[in-house]
Write a protein that binds this ligand. Sequence first.
Ligand code: PEP
Ligand code: MG
Length: 324
Amino acid sequence: RDDTFSSFIAEPAVTLDGASISLMANVEGVQEMEQVKQMHAEGVGLFRTEGIFLRHHGYPPESVQYDAYRAVVEAAGEDPVIIRTLDVGGDKTIGDDNVKDDNSFMGFRAIRFCLGNEAIFATQLRAILRASAHGNAKIMYPMISGMNELRMANRMLESVKQELRDAGEAFDEGIEVGAMVEVPSAAVIIDLLAAETDFLSIGTNDLIQYLIAVDRLNDQVAHLYDPAHPAVLRTLKAIIDGANAANTPISICGEIAGDPIFAGLLLGMGATSLSLTSSLLPEVKYFIRHITKSDAEALVAEVMQLGESTDIVQKLEAFRQKAL
Ligand code: PEP
Ligand code: MG
C-alpha cells in the first residue's frame, strides 16, 4: 500500500491520471544533499548562495565559492542544480555598508546589487561556470524586474565565459540560464522573459509581498500576507500560462510549493516543477499521488471565480480532505 514513507518516496510524483510534476529541493549547501537524496528530490531547484557569503563575513574568493558550488553539483550527480546568484539586501544582509538601506526590499538588492558591483558578480559567475564542468549546473538570477537587467546579466555572463575560454578553463558551454519571477513587473512581461530564458522559477515569498505591498517581515501586516489572495492566484496563473505558451519550463520555489494544497493548485495551473524544503517533500509527493490533474484543474477553475481568500482556502482545504 502507498501509505508508508518507504513505499512511495522513491516513486515519481505522478497523479492518479498520469500527470507528472518534478519535485526538487531548496538548499543552501552540500550539508543538505544527503537528505535531498533520501527524499528522492529530482535535483536542486533553488540553491540559495547567500549563506556562503554570510558564513564568510564578506565576499568569499572564487576558490571558496567554486568549492561550495562544485560540492553540491557533484552530490547531485546527473540531476540539475539551479544555482541562484547572490540575493543580498532585503532580509539578507551580509554586513556590508553598501548593502544597508532603509527600505531594502525595494532597494539595492539581489541582481541590482550584482549589476552595480561587477567584480563581485563576475567572481560568482566564474565560480559557478567552473563548477558547471562537474555536473548539471544551471544559473538563475534573482529579482529580475525587466528585460534590461536580464540582458545586462547575460552580457556579463558571456564576458566571463569568454575569459574562461581564453584561460582554457573548463565549463559547460550549454549551461542553462533562467530567472526568478518574484517582482510583479516580471510577471506582467512574462512572454518577453520566457522568450529569453531557458527556465523560470516563481519566488512567491517575494512576489506576494510586492504584489500586496506587505513587508514579509513586518508582524503588524502579517495578516495581509496572503498566498490565497485572488490577485496572487491570478498572477500565478498568468505567469504559468505565459511560460507554458513559450514552452519555457516553469517552477515554483517559494514556500507555498511545500504546502500540499498549494502544490495541488500549482499542478492544476500547469507548473512543470516545484522546489521545496526537502523535509516537506514526502507530504507533497503523497498528496500529488492521490489526486488527479483533472480534479486539480477543476479546482483552479473554481477558486479563480472567488473574490475572497477565506472562501478560496476553504475550497483548497475541502480538496485536501477529499484526497486523503
Ligand atoms: C522567494 O522569494 O519566493 C524565494 C524563493 O526567494 P527568497 O525566499 O530567497 O527571497
Ligand atoms: Mg525571493
